[in-house]
Write a protein that binds this ligand. Structure first.
Ligand code: NAD
Length: 277
């Protein structure tokens, strides 16, 4: 039976380090949060960010532009926040109004204040092994994996999902640790090859958003499984991996919920402190 890789205890440990770093700064670092939505999920996420920030001695400054804001309104605010020396980091809350392209807008944030790690300059630093601001979900998955104590050198690692926020940055971080890294995606599934890749994974990381995509019986004996997926199925939240069967075969596995999720906001705060430094 696998050991659980739980996000909460690890988040608590990292929060202690963040508190220490905030004290060393000798001032409260400031996180500017830009909101252009009234989506209940987003509002709940903002509330949880604020609570976490304040518990760590970080000032959380919310800029609510309303859900009808135009692109210029957003870019003007970002430029103002970029120039404001009192602001250490900026986050844009999702979703944005339908007419606004997040990828385009997020590039207005100056790379040094880009605590979501989505600016091309920060993504580029991951490529060169010099990342300071890593996308939070990829960083959270990596922290959980490292907490298992695995030595990634030469390991067969399979990442399923190749999005900009998870799969792609994660695969670069894994390569940096000399893991033999395979990245699977929709094309792999369409070619009927997902099962064969997953079956040989010593470490499996899945970030797709499809409940039950990874069959429990595909998991290699003793594998480490990090499930990033979040899916609502009949009023329950589940990951992308069939947990019950996978748990019998894996050596470590993340629960969903309770694995990667609780760590993500902590990674955002760690990036903020990094930006403040
Ligand atoms: P995305 O939609 O941007 O990317 C999905 C990826 O899955 C793509 O690479 C796509 O090619 C691949 N894919 C789709 N169908 C597939 C299939 N049948 N077989 C193999 N690959 C397939 O998604 P994302 O934003 O990276 O999010 C992925 C999941 O992670 C979602 O469930 C999301 O809710 C979750 N997520 C969790 C957190 C967290 O904090 N725990 C944060 C972000 C995202």
């Amino acid at each position: 039976m696998a050991r659980l890789l739980e996000g909460k205890p690890l988040a608590e440990k990292i929060k202690e380090e963040i508190k220490h770093d905030v004290l060393a700064l000798k001032r409260a670092p400031v996180l500017a949060s830009i909101q252009a939505t009234d989506n209940p999920g987003a509002l709940a996420y903002i509330k949880s960010q604020k609570k976490t920030a304040e518990s760590l001695g970080i000032e959380y400054q919310l800029h609510d532009l309303g859900k009808d804001v135009a692109e210029e309104g957003l870019t003007e605010l970002i430029q103002k926040l970029n120039q404001d020396k009192a602001i250490d980091g900026i986050i844009i809350q999702m979703p944005l109004p339908a007419a606004i392209d997040y990828k385009k807008i997020s590039q207005y944030i100056s790379p040094g204040k880009d605590i979501e790690g989505m600016h091309p300059a920060n993504i580029g630093k991951i490529l060169f092994g010099k990342a300071k601001l890593v996308p939070c979900t990829a960083a959270a998955a990596m922290e959980l994996l490292i907490s298992s104590g695995v030595d990634l050198y030469g390991r067969e690692v399979v990442v399923v999902g190749h999005s900009e926020i998870v799969g792609k940055p994660l695969s670069l971080l894994l390569l940096d640790r000399f893991a033999t890294t395979t990245v699977c995606h929709i094309g792999t599934s369409k070619a009927g090859k997902l099962e064969e890749h997953v079956k040989r994974a010593e470490v499996l990381i899945v970030a797709v958003g499809k409940a039950g995509l990874i069959k429990g019986e595909w998991i290699k004996e003793g594998a480490i499984v990090i499930d990033v997926g979040i899916n609502r199925v009949a009023d329950k939240i589940v990951g992308d991996v069939e947990f019950e069967e996978a748990e019998k075969r894996a050596s470590f596995i993340t629960p969903v919920p309770g694995g990667v999720g609780p760590l993500t906001v902590t990674m955002l705060m760690r990036n903020l402190v990094q930006a403040a430094k």
